[in-house]
Design a protein. Sequence first.
Length: 271
Amino acid sequence: MARYVIGDVQGCFASLQALLSEVGFDPLSDRLWLVGDLVNRGPQSLEVLRFVRSLGDAATVVLGNHDLYLLMVAAGWRKRGKDDTLQAVIDAPDAAALLGWVASRPLMHVEDGFAMVHAGLLPQWSVARARALAGEVEAVLRGPGRDAFLAELAGNTPARWDDALGGYDRLRCIVNAMTRMRFCTAGGAIEFRYKGPPTGAPPGCVPWFEAPNRYSSDTTLLVGHWSALGVCIRPGLVALDSGCVWGGALTAYRLEDGAVFQTPSREARPG
């Protein structure tokens, strides 16, 4: 059995199929780990969702910000943007099943010394602590309070974690760190505006994985989300968003031996 971790797909179904063919993926024996953002911007979000869902236990998916955005849009709590490509999902005859499946995905997955999360972890969170916090969000998304939570999910506050946070502020801060963060301050406040490469870090901020005394540094984190960072493999970090939807590539990383596989984008959008 091989486990392949794949970066942000974002509706790039043709690229996903090409990459799986390249690695010789066999759903009867191999496993896919997907770092989130299965949908949006690319042309075939519906096909991606149907395919990954059909894999059953052969696919492990964590939620990304675009996946949560899909849930908010479908529930009527966010307006669709001009670059969105979610309408086919919302109009599909199996939309309720697909949206329920998305909502039931974990925010974080931990296995065999690896932790997969879409964007990153705040420096003050150990992996065990982050996994417990992710569970708080997952319980709400899978329960009767999902719609009320989605209505309150959008927003940048609070930007700094505090154990005393409660209610939707607490849940929103967890989600923002795990699905939206690129930079933070040394004290763990999230910087939301800048999306460029690490060399342009805003004053007082560092890439989240370079924050001093990061409690999760004892575990290899598998992430996506940051196309301007690109593929970045270093001790304790495997970042795999290679900008497929923007004309880059779709990237897979094999956990067993660290081999990297890429296929050029078949769905490049103008940048």
